[in-house]
Design a protein around this ligand. Structure first.
Ligand SMILES: [Zn+2]
Length: 123
């Protein structure tokens, strides 16, 4: 699903996307000028390798996601905002979902079998 930035307004626009077994849905709302806010939830599951034994495990997801989207370069001064810059004024929901999945995958993860064996390891 791709959404043109110019379609966003003060009324929340519902979006949905999926990637493999992960499902992403929520709303986009225009905040000001070229800045929009995304509030969504990622559900479903992803297969993710255990950091200890490398076994692929199906991890179920229930992640609340909230960040801002900027149409082009973000020129605001509020550095606390988590802003994703959008190319060509088109928001590609699958691409955003895949980026979120990569973030989840980059977190430390261990499977049930290895749980407890990592207490003395720092990540
Ligand atoms: Zn493991």
């Amino acid at each position: 699903m791709k959404i043109a930035f110019k379609k966003l307004g003060s009324q929340p626009l519902h979006f949905e996307a999926n990637s493999d077994k992960a499902f992403f849905s929520g709303d986009l709302i225009l905040k000001k000028g070229n800045l929009a806010q995304l509030n969504g939830t990622i559900t479903g599951s992803i297969s993710i390798p255990c950091d200890i034994c490398a076994e692929e495990v199906e991890k179920s997801l229930n992640e609340e996601v909230s960040f801002y989207l900027s149409d082009g370069i973000y020129e605001g001064t509020d550095e606390e905002l988590d802003v994703v810059e959008i190319d060509r004024s088109m928001i590609d929901m699958e691409e955003l979902l895949n980026a979120e999945i990569e973030l989840i995958k980059s977190d430390y993860f261990c499977c049930e079998n290895c749980e407890g064996t990592s207490l003395d390891r720092e990540f």
